[in-house]
Design a protein around this ligand. Structure first.
Ligand code: O2Y
Ligand code: MN
Length: 582
């Protein structure tokens, strides 16, 4: 029996959007094959070399539709202050009046696909159902990779009304008629005018972060923009770590890290590369699931050197968006192994050679690939109970100020570190280089409510929880006047993870500093690295003047939230100042 609530909503939307056909997706192989054939025929997809890249296809998005559009993304709550200063706000009434009409007849001449999907492993108490109605077959094919899609989700839903509704229409793809609205009280998402990534695959940032963060607040859990990895020691014991980094900080690379040969017996297992849902277990620990089933990774810079596991993950059954194509039908992007091809077709479909002024692949070009294809996918990837988290790592890209690694003094201090996290912008992300942007817990674009209240939720959840994870901060990007990056990064980051693990187990040495606990001089294994003692000292240095300035800037940020900022955060700020001034 079809779910009555769902069938009524589908009928209501069809009446407004007027599609030629409504198709309920079951997620089967046959259904996917026929969608792919249809998209190859109508030009939505380009076939890649099926010998070298089995079942892989290329999509070129509209040239004005190549990234998430934060300025057109709204949190729709009755009161503006419930969205807070980091979100764009629109009242639900205004959204219905101003954005609603963009859906009128928007699916005429198109098919409306009903896409039921499950976020989280089948049978998990943490998993949640969403349903996306979309007029984009490309979205359906991507959702099939990124979520557990189709019958499995309808089975999980049964006749419940507890699901997140998402309505997506390509509209006319004009940026002037593009908006993404989150009606938080109703768990309803509207997205119109974009077919790209996080704007259109509504299970990802819209549901799993913006809507879910609001649900998590109400229900006593956390929906976070975090990777989840398992760190295996030489004895075979695996400890799980979550980490939150803003864009362009190597999150996917850390999630799939390959330890160098010198770190014998250490390895990383990937549970997730982008989103974690965390619940308190009966043992008082935080348990994490990855709500997603695939990776929507950035292609440029991905190579066998930077991330061989990502490269292996996308070797088959992958959809590429806005990458270049070589004459033999292989996907290509800047930073891929080997020399650039002598000629290629760029992301817009134009001829390209290495002398062309523009990059061949768009800097935000992407691959969508099933997580099951990742060589280091965790055996716990589908575990309904998830994995117990021992450490939470925050990080940012800072040329100065933040040392390579430090540990928070306690949970409240850790929440302060997460709340005041910042990263310097890169050319690829914004055009302006080196501007410090506060991005609390890497959730600035994704927290679906006032972030002052969000910090309060974190503080409340961790109260009197001795088994909660320890909190750390890392910075892989420290530089000096003579050296761009002092730390080698990539696989060698496992050395830092090992110190973190040592701290969790009470085994690694640390020294108290005004900002937290840093490794003692020989606590970090740097054997075999070409790292001078000066460089190491710089990596671990804390400049008091820099930090006083930093804490002033942190205070400016905290103030933006007015009465919503918990008193504890100000106490943490005062305590930091006092330690710096002592
Ligand atoms: O969602 C997009 O369109 C690109 S941004 C993105 C994609 C995958 C994972 N994370 C992000 C992000 O901005 O955090
Ligand atoms: Mn992300």
């Amino acid at each position: 029996m079809a779910n009555q609530n769902l069938t009524s909503w589908v009928a209501e939307v069809a009446k407004q959007t007027m599609p030629d056909r409504v198709v309920w997706c079951d997620g089967s192989e046959e259904e996917n094959r026929s969608l792919i054939e249809q998209m190859l025929a109508d030009g939505t997809l380009v076939q890649l070399n099926q010998g070298r890249h089995p079942n892989c296809f290329l999509h070129r998005s509209h040239p004005t539709d190549v990234a998430r559009t934060e300025h057109l993304t709204y949190i729709c709550t009755d009161k503006a202050e419930d969205a807070g200063p980091t979100n764009n706000w629109m009242s639900p009434a205004d959204a219905r009046k101003n954005i609603g009409p963009l859906f009128n007849g928007s699916m005429k001449g198109r098919t409306m696909y009903v896409v039921p999907y499950l976020m989280g492993p089948v049978g998990s108490p943490s998993a949640k159902v969403g349903v996306e109605l979309t007029d984009s077959a490309y979205v359906v094919a991507n959702m099939r990779i990124m979520t557990r899609m189709g019958t499995v989700a309808l089975d999980a839903l049964g006749d419940s009304t507890d699901y997140c509704r998402g309505l997506h229409s390509l509209g006319d793809l004009s940026p002037d008629r593009r908006a993404i609205c989150h009606f938080q009280a109703e768990k309803l998402i509207w997205s119109v005018g974009s077919g790209y990534g996080g704007n259109a695959l509504l299970g990802k940032k819209c549901f799993a972060l913006r809507v879910a963060s609001q649900m998590a607040r109400e229900q006593g859990w956390l929906a976070e923009h975090m990777l989840i990895l398992g760190l295996e020691d030489p004895q075979g014991k695996v400890t799980y770590i979550c980490a939150a980094f803003p864009s362009a900080c190597g999150k996917t690379n850390l999630a799939m890290l390959v330890a160098p040969a010198t770190q014998k017996g250490w390895r990383v297992w990937t549970v997730g590369d982008d989103i974690a849902w965390l619940r308190i277990g009966e043992d008082g620990r935080l348990w994490a699931i990855n709500p997603e089933a695939g990776f929507f990774g950035v292609a440029p810079g991905t190579s066998s050197k930077t991330n061989s596991n990502a490269l292996a993950s996308l070797s088959k059954n992958a959809i590429f968006t806005n990458v270049a194509m070589t004459p033999d039908g292989s996907p290509w992007w800047e930073g891929l192994d080997g020399d650039p091809p002598a000629q290629a077709t760029d992301w817009k479909g134009n001829p390209w050679t290495p002398t062309s002024k523009e990059p061949a692949a768009h800097p935000n070009s992407r691959f969508t690939a099933p997580a099951s294809q990742c060589p280091c996918v965790s055996p716990k990837f589908n575990a309904p109970e998830g994995v117990p988290i021992s450490a939470i790592v925050f990080g940012g890209r800072r040329a100065r100020v933040a040392p390579l690694v430090y540990q928070a003094r306690d949970w409240e201090h850790g929440v302060y570190i997460g709340a005041t996290m910042a990263s310097e912008t890169t050319a690829a992300a914004t055009g302006a280089v080196g501007v410090v942007r506060r991005d609390p817990m890497a959730m600035r674009p994704f927290c679906g409510y006032n972030m002052g209240d969000y910090f309060g939720h974190w503080l409340e959840l961790g109260k009197n929880r001795p088994n909660f994870p320890k909190i750390f901060h890392v910075n892989w990007f420290r530089s000096s006047p003579t050296t761009k990056f002092l730390w080698p990064g990539f696989g060698d980051n496992v050395r830092v993870l090992r110190w973190i693990l040592g701290r969790v187990n009470g085994e690694a040495a640390g020294r108290e500093t005004p900002i937290g606990v840093l490794p003692t001089d020989d606590a970090l294994d740097i054997s075999g690295l070409d790292l001078s003692s000066e460089a190491m000292q710089e990596l671990m240095s804390i400049d008091r003047r820099d930090w006083l300035e930093e804490s002033d800037d942190q205070a400016k940020f905290l103030k933006e939230f007015g009465d919503h900022m918990p008193r504890v955060m100000w106490e943490q700020h005062g305590a930091l100042r006092a330690r710096l001034e002592a």
